[in-house]
Design a protein around this ligand. Sequence first.
Ligand code: ZN
Length: 269
Amino acid sequence: MTTDIVSVTPGASPLILSMPHPGTGLPEEVAAALTERGRQVEDTDWHMRQLYAFAEHLQPSIVEAGLSRYVIDVNRDPSGVSLYPGQATTELVPTTTFDGEPIWLMPPDEAEIARRRRAYFQPYHDALAAEVARVKAAHGFCLLWDCHSIKSVIPRLFPGTLPTLNLGTNSGASCAPEVGKAAEAALGQTGFSHVANGRFKGGWITRHYGQPAEHVHGIQMEIALSAYLSEEAPPWRFDAPKAGKLQAALASIIEAALDAATKLERSHS
Ligand SMILES: [Zn+2]
């Protein structure tokens, strides 16, 4: 079982793909504290690297977490503040599955959470921040695309069935308006059910790094797993024919956002 905290593949373009939740790695001491169900790491963003293989022609940088979000969630505010106050969500160190099932035999205390923040949270963000700085130095700006997927039916988190494509720009704050509009226009053309800034508005990564005044345009894409898996259940099998149509849609949205960001940033320089 891998315990790589983060892997970085530097690219030649202004596009960075951040993948905070595809990891299934569990450090030994964390695995020992999890329930049998917790060790199944069911709330993983499955096959993210395979899904985004289509983006190779865009020469993105890829920053990918290797550890499970159950160890510590690198897409949550490290201070512990909720992403969605007043709504059900999962915490910096989740205490349950999305469905509400307990995952710990021994829930981590504050000291243990602080240790995981230093040991596992910080390295992901050191790597991502370094990549953002490198890409900005090379191109003057970057498009940070935060890649996610989730089961389309989770009654504890949202009613009914989630749209296939859920675009989040922190309600417009994480990227320039031109970039957000271009992405939303492309989103509307895909033929998939979709929403912008609906249940998922962008997690901590989108909100923290997405600073258009600093020439960093952050967009989160939350995808219903049903769009590229055989079923939303173990063994979480990737369905390549199904994924093809989704990949074409994702390419069109990313390209539209990248074009808009490039035009905008060139007009500034
Ligand atoms: Zn995710």
